[in-house]
Design a protein around this ligand. Structure first.
Ligand code: NAD
Length: 456
């Protein structure tokens, strides 16, 4: 069935219909209409899947997708136009252009943590670029995934866009096919499986992965505001955000005040009993709940630490000074647990950050320009924010992606369109002049060509 779907999408791509800009716009408008119509259903599906609060669903899922589609509709003609570039004088006379052409038939594999946005945003870009697409949403959020399937089936011909639901086995069958591009969002471990499968066919890929994101607080940062912004970025989606601060590195003189401020902000946001709050999500499934619960063993929870397996609930939790080799400091946490480690000098900071792979994000809270510039210039990471958390995601003019183990490639805004397009370089040579210099026999032209190359 999967190979038939793929073949029908390849055949449809060859008809050229998806290459028409007018068609791309028409179908994106139809998609937008359907997405707006189904917004309440999407919010309800996310609620069912992991108790995602409606406010967070609108802010971080539906609004992001609508703004992406609106930007694409506004800019698509310009993005898709061949771009004239300055020609090389060595080719004189010529006109040089870059053509954006769709790759062909692409595979998008999405994760569960923002199951709507992280499936739809790449899908919009792949359509805008003129591809045919198979989308595999996450099996861990079945309500959202089946709704995405229903929306896509309503709007698209199956040979243009098709959703294939399923788990690891379906994903692996899909990966065994020959695609023209693979766009994967998920864990580092599965990212490596995707990269291996893609290498088999030399398929280009984008890998949007994760990592352990440090959040540094120096001794100049205003502690109240810092705590408020960290509580928001860390406990949104119950910490199940790829760019959430993973652990705090705080100047030792500020730690006690920070704990008081954190407790205050957590209480304000979610009440002293967050389990009763309508604004706090749940852990996606039992496997992840148990993985997170195990991180709490033998740790000093200075805030929270409450769990309820029946409701997959883990309260916003802060751990004081965990051992760097403990469970909570081994891998990406991806849940509402925040370890806090104090430091006294920058060499301590460096040794902790460099113990881990290059993270997807890094955050610095400071009033010192010199301090944050040093951090930016010292460490390699996907992207970051000074004096806040996760908001770099919002600006479509900024590339969003990792580096090293946290990912390959980036997207958002125009870059999303470029991600799903091959940049084809074309030189159109003029016939009215044909300089003899480059042609054999070369005779004594070597000296002259050396002079010419020096001028250019
Ligand atoms: P995951 O890697 O377990 O799953 C992602 C997708 O891959 C799912 O559709 C799943 O069905 C499929 N999959 C799972 N195991 C597979 C296998 N063995 N072979 C083939 N396919 C397989 O990730 P997840 O748990 O859904 O999401 C959480 C991870 O994603 C975190 O590590 C997080 O940091 C990362 N993430 C990254 C970004 C980003 O933009 N960089 C965004 C969200 C999540």
């Amino acid at each position: 069935m999967i190979s038939e779907t793929l073949q029908s999408q390849k055949n449809y791509f060859q008809t050229g219909e998806t290459k028409s800009i007018a068609y791309r716009k028409k179908i994106l408008k139809a998609l937008k209409t359907e997405l707006l119509l189904r917004e309440d259903d999407i919010v309800a599906a996310l609620k069912k899947d992991f108790n995602k609060p409606a406010f967070e669903s609108v802010l971080s899922e539906t609004a992001v997708v609508i703004s992406e589609i609106e930007l694409t509709l506004k800019k698509l003609s310009g993005w898709a136009k061949p771009k004239r570039v300055f020609p090389s004088l060595l080719n004189f006379p010529s006109t040089d252009k870059i053509y954006s052409e769709p790759y062909g038939t692409v595979l998008i594999i999405a994760p569960w943590n923002y199951p709507y946005q992280l499936a739809l945003a790449p899908l919009i870009a792949a359509i805008a670029a003129g591809n045919t697409i198979v989308l595999k949403p996450s099996e861990l959020t079945p309500n959202t995934s089946s709704l995405i399937n229903s929306i896509v089936t309503t709007v698209f011909k199956p040979e243009h866009v098709r959703v294939i639901e399923g788990g690891v086995d379906v994903s692996q069958t899909l990966l065994a096919q020959r695609w023209d591009y693979i766009f994967f969002t998920g864990s580092v471990a599965v990212g490596k499986i995707v990269a291996k499968a893609a290498a088999e066919h030399l398929t280009p890929t984008t890998l949007e992965l994760g990592g352990k994101n440090p959040c540094i607080i120096d001794d100049t940062a205003p502690i109240g505001l810092t705590a408020k912004r960290i509580v928001w970025g860390k406990f949104l989606n119950a910490g199940q955000t790829c760019i959430a601060p993973d652990y705090i590195l705080i100047h030792h003189t500020k730690k006690e005040a920070f704990y008081t401020a954190l407790k205050n902000e957590i209480d304000k946001a979610y009440s002293p009993n967050p389990q009763q709050s309508d604004d706090y999500a749940r852990i996606v499934n039992t496997k992840n709940f148990e993985r997170l619960q195990a991180m709490l063993t033998n740790e000093n929870c200075v805030i929270g630490g409450d769990t309820c397996s029946e409701h997959l609930y883990i309260s916003p939790t802060v751990i004081d000074e965990p051992d760097l080799d403990s469970e909570v400091m081994k891998d990406e946490i991806f849940g509402p647990i925040l370890p806090v480690i104090s430091y006294s000098n920058t060499s301590e900071l460096e040794s902790i950050i460099l113990k881990y792979e290059k993270p997807l994000s890094l955050y610095v809270f400071t009033k010192s320009t010199a301090f944050y510039k040093k951090i930016i210039n010292t460490f390699s990471f996907g992207g970051g924010v000074i004096n806040d958390t996760i908001i770099h995601f919002i600006n479509h003019r900024l590339p969003f992606g990792g580096v090293g183990n946290s990912g390959i490639g980036a997207y958002h805004g125009k870059l999303s369109f470029d991600t799903f397009s091959h940049q084809k370089a074309i030189v159109k040579k003029g016939n009215w002049l044909d300089l003899p210099l480059r042609y054999a026999p070369y005779n004594n032209k070597l000296g002259f060509i050396k002079q010419v190359l020096k001028w250019l």
